[in-house]
Design a protein around this ligand. Structure first.
Ligand code: SF4
Length: 272
């Protein structure tokens, strides 16, 4: 006999699925990736500059997300306002490195990023006829989309599923299914999933990914943004702001924290 689902986790899952599907359902909007309108405009222009979005995803390593998302727009400024594939594909890896480094460094891994950008642009030119939107055009399956993204130098599952989630959720790219779009189990998502009681070990990315698959097999990544936003802004490592958390009523950690504060003095409660 299969174990009956934990009712609390089931309610939490229902809440997160509903929230995630509502985000997928809203009409296409301008995504504030960086908060700088000019930089974001390039990333949102997936019709004319789909490679800008792709390159930003590939840059999302070991830096804050906003810094990675800023990269294409800042490179465009260094290239005198141009960012078309024809121009970018003329750049050597050394040219990319120069652009990445001066006058100020644009990423903490300039050599890695120069190699990644150079190879990505060449791949877009040769495999996708200079149009990166071919990667997601034509309603491919989610597995096909993720595999196409993984083929880029520097793209692991975390980057590939993040890109796939954004394409479906924010740019309303049509796929034949969403079954293989996982959560991108970064430090924020792992912490929130652990505190909510989805997983027992905060450090275990694989367990988080499988827990999301288990919770919503048709689209495991539907939770991704809600959990990431909560982890980044509310459920901070040292002092989660539970009073402002939309998952307050469902949370294990919050409940045990409340129990722990019972019986403590006011100043002790402030330390928690
Ligand atoms: S209720 Fe508190 S501990 Fe639970 S997810 Fe929200 S912020 Fe984190």
């Amino acid at each position: 006999m299969p174990e009956p689902p934990d009712p609390r986790l089931q309610r939490l899952t229902d809440h997160l699925v509903q929230d995630g599907m509502a985000r997928v359902g809203v009409p296409t909007r301008f995504v504030a990736f960086t908060g700088d309108h000019a930089l974001d405009a390039l990333l949102n222009d997936i019709e004319h500059h789909p490679h800008a979005f792709l390159l930003a995803c590939l840059a999302d390593r070991q830096v804050r997300a906003e810094k990675a998302w800023s990269l294409p727009g800042l490179l465009q400024q260094r290239l005198g306002g141009h960012f078309d594939i024809a121009l970018l594909s003329q750049l050597s890896e050394t040219d990319w490195l120069d652009l990445m480094r001066s006058p100020t460094p644009l990423h903490r891994l300039p050599e890695t990023m120069a190699r990644t950008m150079h190879r990505a642009v060449l791949r877009v030119r040769t495999e996708w006829a200079s149009d990166a939107s071919g990667i997601w055009r034509g309603e491919p399956s989610s597995a096909t989309l993720v595999r196409r993204l993984l083929a880029f130098h520097g793209a692991g599952p975390k980057i590939a599923t993040m890109a796939a989630n954004i394409l479906v959720r924010d740019f309303h790219v049509q796929l034949s299914d969403c079954r293989y779009i996982d959560i991108s189990a970064d430090v924020h998502i792992r912490r929130v999933m652990y505190r909510l009681g989805f997983v027992q070990n905060e450090a275990n990315s694989d367990d988080c990914i499988y827990a999301a698959r288990d919770a919503n097999p048709e689209f495991p990544g539907v939770f991704d943004l809600a959990l990431w936003e909560i982890g980044r802004k509310i459920c901070r490592p040292g002092n989660p702001n539970c009073d402002h958390c939309p998952l307050y009523v469902h949370c294990n950690f919050r409940a045990s924290r409340c129990r722990a504060t019972e019986g403590l003095t006011g100043s002790q409660q402030g330390d928690l």
